[in-house]
Design a protein around this ligand. Structure first.
Ligand code: MG
Ligand code: ZN
Length: 476
């Protein structure tokens, strides 16, 4: 595109050009998305460049509206910049771009430390509990804490605030629904492991029902009552309440008696046509975490020296709904129920096993989960573009181990054949073979689309997300 033309072009046509390739600003005022694929052949002058003309106009359009009606918050668990790059190189190529994750026009960086329980001093490698608590409640806390501060004080979560504001709410994940990231929206407890009554009696006695507490994470979830809750984790629902109105009954029985539409089969999700406070949807599609898209490909001590490999499908993946299906379903149900129509909705969506497979030095596992997140974001952006009043945020809770390296390292490596026919060596160097690779502490990308997304630009802290989303969900 000749530069001069881009500069003088005006209105919709200019935005179409600046929105770059796939996206245009339609007559109905849809905000622009960006296409950041390389412009040409990456070995030719300008071919690897991603920017198409001057984008000032695009940025201006992107910050025109400030107040969102709906918020969809996407979390890639353990999705540091390194994990995004590994997945992009493998799936889309070095000059490629994700249609979802990379299409959001406004980007910033998040700091994401936690604090030590006894001193309040920073802990530079937080876990998913403290980081989730940071955006959910706005308070820094210790690792393992679920929406309580280091003194044990509970603070309202985004989902609770949204409910209080009369909004529809949803909590979606590919992990067990009791895992830290989904748990921070629906519960307050001292230790993330307190999934059900059994663990709570032992590890979180302050919350145990028999001691007059709020109950386990699963029991609190039933009380918080989002309109839509989807993920894995049915095992815990076979546990029995120790006290209270449902004493002696399993949590599954309790859910059903409290009016939940309790599902465990993939095919039943498609049949659901409504979800609200009268009949909330609780879909638990696996006993534990949901299977991931690709079969394991583990890094090994000499993996860099082996021939490059490709990721293969994981056969059990087709037995559960994928993240884009759960996301689309949730958006559909929440935007159409009475509360959603009247007051908007808040939906948190997590792709959980980027982290879990990174811990296992399983490159293909983490790549498939990143792809799932991208596909789910694409669905949300489709909705947000049509709707015009939806803020979509894509970020991570903490960084992780995987690094793109040049050859054999003292750690574990794996050699991957990328989409464009190059080899990419990925290293896992924070634990020995067979151990659990560690979280890392680098700042995280945060990207936004829609009203209010301008607040994400620049350096912010993870707790800022609470107050940025709070502009929508905290209305009283
Ligand atoms: Mg998680
Ligand atoms: Zn982890």
């Amino acid at each position: 595109m000749p530069k001069k033309r881009t500069v003088i072009a005006v209105g919709v046509a200019a935005l179409a050009l600046l929105g770059a390739g796939t996206s245009t600003v339609a007559a109905n005022g849809q905000l622009p998305l960006v296409n950041r694929t390389a412009k040409g052949k990456v070995d030719q002058l300008g071919g690897a460049a991603r920017l198409r003309g001057d984008q000032s106009r695009l940025i201006k359009e992107s910050i025109k509206r400030t107040h969102a009606r709906n918020v969809i918050l996407f979390i890639g668990d353990g999705m540091g910049d390194s994990e995004i790059t590994v997945a992009r190189n493998y799936l889309e190529g070095a000059g490629g771009a994700f249609k979802g994750i990379d299409a959001l026009p406004l980007t910033g960086n998040l700091t994401h430390y936690s604090v030590q329980k006894d001193t309040g001093k920073p802990d530079y490698t937080p876990d998913s509990a403290s980081t989730g608590t940071a955006w959910s409640t706005g308070v820094k806390t210790y690792d393992n804490a679920i929406s309580v501060d280091r003194h044990g004080k509970a603070f309202p979560t985004l989902l609770e605030q949204a409910k209080r504001s009369g909004m529809a709410t949803g909590d979606v994940t590919t992990s067990e629904i009791q895992d830290a990231t989904p748990a921070v929206e629906v519960s307050h407890i001292s230790q993330r492991s307190c999934y059900g009554p059994v663990a709570t009696t032992k590890t979180c006695p302050e919350a145990a029902k028999e001691n007059g507490g709020r109950g386990s994470i699963s029991e609190q979830l039933l009380t918080t009552r989002p309109d839509v809750t989807l993920g894995g984790g049915s095992t815990t629902f076979a546990e029995t309440a120790t006290a209270g109105a449902w004493k002696g009954k399993t949590l599954e029985q309790q859910a059903k008696e409290r009016g939940y539409n309790y599902l465990t089969a993939k095919q039943d999700l498609a049949k659901v046509t409504s979800a609200d406070q009268k009949k909330p949807l609780l879909g638990l599609f696996a006993p534990g975490n949901l299977p991931v898209k690709f079969a394991p490909l583990l890094a090994t001590t000499n993996g860099a020296a082996l021939p490059a490999q490709s990721c293969q499908p994981e056969p059990t993946f087709s037995q559960v709904p994928d993240l884009k299906t759960m996301t689309s379903k949730s958006i559909d149900l929440l935007s159409k129920n009475k509360a959603g129509k009247k007051n908007g909705f808040f939906l948190q969506v997590e792709s959980a096993s980027i982290d879990k497979k990174d811990h296992a030095a399983d490159a293909c596992g983490q790549i498939g989960e990143t792809q799932q997140l991208d596909e789910a974001v694409t669905k949300a952006l489709d909705f947000a573009r049509r709707d015009g009043h939806t803020l979509v945020i894509v970020t991570a809770d903490h960084a992780h181990t995987s690094q793109i390296v040049d050859g054999t390292t003292p750690g574990l490596t794996v050699n991957l054949a990328t989409k464009e026919g190059s080899n990419m060596i990925v290293s896992y160097g924070t634990a020995p073979a067979g151990g659990s690779q560690q979280h890392t502490g680098t700042q995280l990308r945060v990207a936004g689309y829609g009203p209010g997304a301008g607040n994400l630009v620049g350096l912010i802290d993870q707790t800022d997300l609470h107050f940025i989303i709070g502009n929508t969900v905290n209305r009283r």
